[in-house]
Design a protein around this ligand. Sequence first.
Ligand SMILES: [Zn+2]
Length: 382
Amino acid sequence: MTQQPGDHLPRTRPAWELLKDKILVHTRTGIRYGKSPVLAAGEHDGIILCGAGALTTADALHRQAVEPWTVLVDPNCYDQLATADAPFHLPGAHHHGQGSLFEDDEPDPLGFDQTVQLRRGATAGLTPTRYIPGGDRRAVRAAVRAVLDLDAEQTILTLPLDHRWLRSSDDLDFLVTTLADVPHIKGIALGAAANPLATKGTVAGLRRLITGLDRVALLRTDLAGLDAYAHGALFASIGMQTSMRHVSPPGTGGPPRPTDRNVTTVVLHPQLMDYFTCDVLKDRYGNLPAPLCHCGVCCGRSLLRFDHDRTDQEEANRHNIATWLPWADDLQRTTAGAERVEVWRRLCRDAVMARQELRHELGDPSAFETPRWLKTWAGEPD
Ligand SMILES: [Zn+2]
């Protein structure tokens, strides 16, 4: 039999065993500037690669690695809406079932798409699901029907859900019921123009989804991935770049792609547990002494040192990972269930307290207001 790329990879265990308890870094593959985000990200539990070259990079990583990497490839086809007729982005397929252009003895396009990912070294395949508008139940049913034909041990059903799904109790009931009998991992990614959890009730809605389903993961997110993991998600992926921390709805264009002149550096504040653009952080601290960071990247340097340029952005991205990694470690080391939830709540309560102290120091009751999601993570009702 002809050796295919990826055939050397061990496939003896199902994806839910290989991915269990991982907090992955979700990153673009681009290596135009500075240290490769792939190398920076790959020092941890594993990565999800996104963008042009993701498959090639996954393949190369596996061929170079001494130990097998945990690597997934984000199909990133969220610029089109999923419909009942075409829930997936499959070039060459054009109507229901999306298999019509292929002969009977050839693999169906969805199965072929998954095989390509596996052969290129992915730990499991992520279905190329298009963006699912709020409440579009027919699109969800169509995606579910199609994925049931694929090997549950090697396929993850990607569910790029618009944030409106989280606001309707009926819609959440529908998702929990419809996905209950799907043995595959359900990889949820939330879509919104800004933070998908900014609206009242969405944190609680997401938790309901996570706790209501087995084998569920939260992908392409921020610290919400740790909240999901604490509450029973199989695994999560946290974005290295801002655009990798949520999914942009079709037509919004997403955040502008960085160029040399258009760089936004975003910094995760270790005590406040939130991401700030570097200029906002400097501005808000005003005349207060600069906060120092003792992560492995900063080594005691000021958190206010970052500017909006390519080098600083790259360093801030690595600082951000080095900041949430110990929180992920704490959760991973704690027994799943109530104990893990309590560890997470305590971290978030400390952040709420740190904000109160900082407001007091600044003498400004409106500065560093605690965001809604952080209050809910800390145990307050949403
Ligand atoms: Zn740092």
